[in-house]
Design a protein around this ligand. Structure first.
Ligand SMILES: O=C(O)CCC(=O)C(=O)O
Ligand SMILES: [Fe+2]
Length: 262
């Protein structure tokens, strides 16, 4: 299905795509024309209305490339990455990516796929405080108190179809996802309705479903330094995944900022 894309450009006649977030650019645009201060332009945002109160905001150039590489190198070296065993279809197997969890003290406990990650403090990783500040500034009104970090060593690491619909995030969580390093595909698909799920899971059932209701899908290319925000009912009504990609030969680090309800 074609995405219903709305391009939001802050200023007519400018190429927002070449203007990274000035608040996080290491080379802040110094441009001043004869005493007249040049207003920094916010980076281009693509808003995709998924329908039914779900929305995705994609900021392809959220942060300047050099700053994004500094963040990547620092996180790659300093984060205590682990690859825990998780439960998939009743069996335990290593999660197909490295992870780490950082959160405010005293929040409800995160548990997924039978695994409860150790909670690290923001104070252990000063760079994360800077990144969090930049994300908060880009998304006025947002408040993130926890962060799940993922590291994909190459294209054989992945995240399978899921929704971040744990009750601790509430019914309409905002999740902001920063991508650093190797670019990867990110897919969204509509969750099957109860009647679709009840019609079976075999090949014949899949073929029947395709005829009856082609599944809505959206695709995003998550580049180095980009930010993708899922909002509204996206976790209730949609699933997302980052599939294996043979051509992805270098590592990618992903930071998903979330708000755990009190
Ligand atoms: O790596 C990504 O872009 C997505 C990660 C994700 O969906 C998650 O951590 O829940
Ligand atoms: Fe997710």
């Amino acid at each position: 299905m074609a995405s219903r894309l709305r391009l939001v450009r802050p200023t007519a006649g400018t190429d927002g795509d070449s203007a990274p977030n000035p608040s996080v650019s290491s080379k802040a645009a110094a441009g001043e024309r004869e005493g007249e201060a040049k207003r920094p332009e916010p980076p281009r945002r693509e808003v995709t209305d998924l329908g039914g109160g779900s929305e995705v905001v994609h900021v392809p150039r959220f942060v300047a490339q050099d700053t994004a590489w500094e963040w990547f190198d620092c996180l790659d070296k300093t984060i205590p990455w682990t690859r825990p065993p998780i439960r998939v279809f009743g069996r335990f197997a290593d999660q197909p990516r490295d992870m780490c969890y950082v959160a405010d003290e005293g929040l409800a406990v995160l548990k997924y796929s039978g695994y409860q990650p150790h909670v690290h403090s923001w104070d252990e990783f000063p760079v994360l405080k800077n990144i969090l500040k930049a994300v908060h500034e880009a998304l006025p009104g947002s408040y993130f108190n926890s962060l799940l970090l993922n590291r994909y060593k190459n294209g054989s690491d992945y995240v399978s179809w899921h929704a971040d619909d744990e009750p601790l995030y509430g019914p309409t969580p905002e999740i902001a996802s920063l991508s650093l390093g190797c670019e990867r595909d990110f897919l969204l698909r509509k969750k099957p309705t109860k009647s679709q799920a009840a019609s079976g899971s075999g090949e014949a059932a899949r073929k029947r479903l395709k005829v009856a209701a082609p599944q809505q899908k959206h695709y995003f290319l998550l580049k180095h330094g980009s930010l993708l925000v899922m909002r509204g009912y996206t976790q209730r009504d949609w699933q997302h995944s980052l599939p294996k990609r043979a051509k992805a030969s270098s590592p990618r680090i992903n930071l998903t900022f979330r708000h755990v309800l009190a």
